[in-house]
Design a binder for this molecule. Structure first.
Ligand SMILES: Cc1cc2nc3c(=O)[nH]c(=O)nc-3n(C[C@H](O)[C@H](O)[C@H](O)COP(=O)(O)O)c2cc1C
Ligand SMILES: [Fe+2]
Ligand SMILES: [Fe+2]
Length: 404
């Protein structure tokens, strides 16, 4: 990517990683990505906002040198210290140790562990002003957890620009970076959603807070850190409205329980039916899924909307079964925190599944309502009654806590 003028004294100095096919170990990036970095060329106050990945250091430094002398850089704003944006920073600070670095407390602490050498560190306060000149200032806004605790956005009111780092980014490495000039918007729409799902989705309530911060500012351009720059007010509003839509979880007024079960010979199924009918008798809204038959993404979305999760399966080979673990491994502690959990199922002789699902629930920071419930082989009438009692106790305890 070539250096270009974005608006007035703001320049793009980022790099393209067109060949990248996997980001952060797990995210497919079939269009590659860019690491966007910016330079504000204000007389007496040259400022750089965010760096690039370590492997692109030379290109980044060349981009900077094409605009200014490195010794003339006064400020570096580190909005987020994930190495795709901070990896090249030690090289810059080594060339000019007088650069004054600004970032959140967490960003400065992280950068210390990445730079591994002293640097001039300034911890920002919310809404803090950094004067670049008599006519231009930057203002810093912490937006923790979108998607690291260190993250801030930076507002440049003179240019009506918000620098938002990963927020509103997409993994694409296009020939030119302006949203308004891209005729095929479909690819941007797809990639902004994939990026949101992979990076932002665990932090929905923080995303909504960050959107509110961004909306409170005068912004007609979003300079993010991956993919297309949102260079018109319409593009900014479009992206923000998408983030609002994707982050709004439709919670029912009713106490909502998702039940995920699997059963080879119908024993756990009959227990599940008994549990579900008790939950419904208690006026809960119940989403029922059978695995591996049902769609994993739909199951996860329903769990996110629910107050509680029940998983049920037989024990196979001394453990729970993969389709249930696939569900549990698709969740994370951020989304499960505060939700209620239990596990049940039929077993033959050792019955480890229930205990192991309960243990996984602890890792996910669910509130465990009980110790789970299991029945050896085919549930008798008495055991089905015990299963119903287990379900009634489960729902009563949650109702008592939630007052629902
Ligand atoms: C392949 C296989 C492996 C099993 N391994 C275990 C085991 O390690 N421990 C155990 O308690 N039961 C084991 N069982 C027995 C089942 O847990 C038991 O039959 C259970 O009642 C099945 O319930 P379902 O009808 O809901 O599938 C195994 C069953 C199968 C088919
Ligand atoms: Fe990041
Ligand atoms: Fe990033």
């Amino acid at each position: 990517m070539q250096v270009f003028n974005v608006k007035n004294n703001v320049y793009y100095i980022g790099v393209s990683d067109r060949g990248l096919r996997v980001f952060d170990i797990m995210m497919e990036t079939k269009h590659g990505t860019t690491y966007n970095s910016y330079l504000i060329k204000e007389e007496g106050g040259v400022t750089i906002i965010d760096g690039v990945k370590a492997g692109f250091t030379d290109k980044w430094l060349d981009n900077i040198r094409s605009l200014v002398d490195i010794k003339d850089i006064k400020y570096l704003v580190v909005q987020h210290t994930e190495p795709d944006h901070s990896g090249a920073i030690p090289a810059l600070l080594a060339l000019n140790p007088n650069i004054e670095v600004y970032g959140s407390f967490m960003a400065m602490a992280n950068l210390k562990e990445i730079n591994n050498a002293p640097f001039i560190s300034n911890v920002i306060k919310p809404k803090q002003e950094l004067k670049l000149s008599e006519r231009q200032s930057l203002f810093f806004y912490p937006v923790p957890n979108v998607h690291w605790p260190d993250t801030i956005i930076t507002h440049d009111p003179v240019n009506a620009i918000a620098f938002t780092c990963d927020f509103l980014g997409q993994h694409i490495a296009p020939q030119q970076l302006l949203y308004s000039k891209e005729p095929n918007k479909k690819i941007i729409e797809e990639e902004i959603k994939l990026y949101y799902d992979a990076i932002m989705a665990p932090f929905k309530s923080d995303v909504l807070k960050s959107v509110a911060t961004l909306k409170s500012l005068d912004v007609s351009m979003v300079l993010n850190s991956h993919g297309y720059i949102l260079d018109t007010k319409e593009a900014v509003d479009w992206a923000i409205n998408n983030y609002i839509k994707w982050s709004t979880v439709n919670k029912s007024e009713k106490l909502t329980v998702t039940v995920v079960f699997a059963s080879a010979y119908g024993y756990t199924r009959s227990m599940s039916e008994a549990v579900i009918s008790e939950l419904e008798k208690a006026s809960a809204l119940v989403h029922v899924f059978e695995v591996p038959r049902d769609d994993l993404a739909t199951i996860v979305a329903r769990i996110e909307e629910s107050d509680a999760l029940l998983v049920a399966s037989p024990t196979f080979v001394g453990d729970g079964i993969k389709p249930v673990y696939d569900v549990l491994n698709s969740l994370n502690p951020v989304m499960c925190f505060g939700k209620y959990f239990s596990a049940f199922g039929s077993y033959g002789w050792s019955g480890e599944a229930v205990r192991n699902y309960m243990n996984r629930a602890s890792e996910l920071r669910f509130k465990k309502v009980d110790e789970g419930f299991k029945v050896r082989l085919k549930p008798s009438e008495k055991e089905l009654e015990d299963t119903r009692l287990y379900a009634r106790n489960f729902i009563m305890k949650i109702k008592a806590e939630l007052n629902k």
